[in-house]
Design a protein around this ligand. Sequence first.
Ligand SMILES: Cc1cc2nc3c(=O)[nH]c(=O)nc-3n(C[C@H](O)[C@H](O)[C@H](O)COP(=O)(O)O)c2cc1C
Length: 195
Amino acid sequence: MQILAFGASNSRNSINKALARFTATLVPNADIEVLDLNDFDLPIFSEDIEKEIGQPKAAKEFFEKIGSADGLIVSFAEHNGSYSAAYKNLFDWASRIDQKVFQGKPTIYLATSPGPGGAGSVLASAKGSAQFFGVDLKAAVSVANFYDVFDAETGRITEPNALVDLSSAAKALALQDVPVLGTQPSKPYQIMQGA
Ligand SMILES: Cc1cc2nc3c(=O)[nH]c(=O)nc-3n(C[C@H](O)[C@H](O)[C@H](O)COP(=O)(O)O)c2cc1C
């Protein structure tokens, strides 16, 4: 199973990228590609610029990366309660190729922050709009107090409860339509840890 994972952030040391990468390692039998949003250089979206340049190559590349994956892991950075500007900009450009940016791919949504809120606001926002963007959402996990639960040397989440939640989400992604934790096959289950 080809898993595409990324942090929805352009921070070079993104904790969300680290969380997405680690969670991808929990997906059984996965080939993992981790994207860095810095590799998708785009102007700030405007309809005027769009009229001038059309669909930029970077937006097409992002869209095609999603299209070639079997499953997605997206971990959202929270900036002032919402998406990072870098992710929102890339997403807006990609949505002009097709509003179903996530192309029906099985997806898990994650979010983390250094504080106790665990980026729960941006995660709630992403979950609330997932249906409009072709997201087949299998699970959503917020991880609070990132630096307390992550071992930077090994790149692993060490806190047992978070680890259980992330492992369940990873398995849900791999199993796809097999019921997980008693939920119906087509219904994503949700775990909100520390949100
Ligand atoms: C402009 C800005 C706004 C932020 N707003 C929030 C916020 O609303 N909630 C929160 O939990 N953390 C907030 N933070 C802290 C981020 O959670 C923290 O920088 C985190 O490392 C971002 O994720 P990343 O490392 O994946 O980019 C903010 C950080 C910045 C730079």
